[in-house]
Design a protein around this ligand. Structure first.
Ligand SMILES: [Zn+2]
Ligand SMILES: [Zn+2]
Length: 140
């Protein structure tokens, strides 16, 4: 799949994926103004226009990239696994997306809720899935 930022300076290439996940953690909500809706790009993600990109190391285990010109969020990268999560809004060529999972569901504020039937994971369940067990569970 191919997605691009608002100004067109950066294009992100990912393998085909139809599953959309939402993250309700405090960092994603602060980063984007609301829950992050993304697709997993696996570890095989290509970038055109990387020189226009800016990077923010948001925690010891992740970095977040955005376009330095228009500010569009380009990806969240989980450093221990090299896995990318790419905002679904970058892809607007009619991909057949389905909303599958919500993570950090216990961090979601009460003022909104998605009606879609999804598989939901709490913060503890997310860390158990993505981080090595010897790591102390970090805050969001
Ligand atoms: Zn841009
Ligand atoms: Zn998050």
């Amino acid at each position: 799949m191919e997605g691009s930022c608002l100004c067109g300076a950066v294009t992100v290439h990912t393998p085909d994926s139809t599953s959309v996940d939402a993250c309700h953690c405090g960092m994603c909500r602060r980063w984007g103004g609301g829950p992050a809706l993304g697709v997993s790009g696996g570890t095989d993600v290509g970038i055109d226009g990387a020189e226009a990109m800016r990077m923010y190391r948001s925690s010891e285990w992740a970095e977040r990239a955005f376009c330095g010109t228009c500010g569009t969020h380009l990806y969240y990268k989980l450093l221990p696994t090299g896995e990318y999560f790419v905002p679904v809004g970058l892809f607007q060529d009619g991909e057949p997306f389905a909303f599958k999972e919500q993570i950090f569901i216990d961090r979601k504020p009460d003022f909104y809720a998605f009606a879609n039937p999804t598989h939901d994971l709490t913060e503890a369940e997310v860390f158990a899935r993505y981080l090595p067990p010897e790591e102390p569970a970090p805050g969001t």
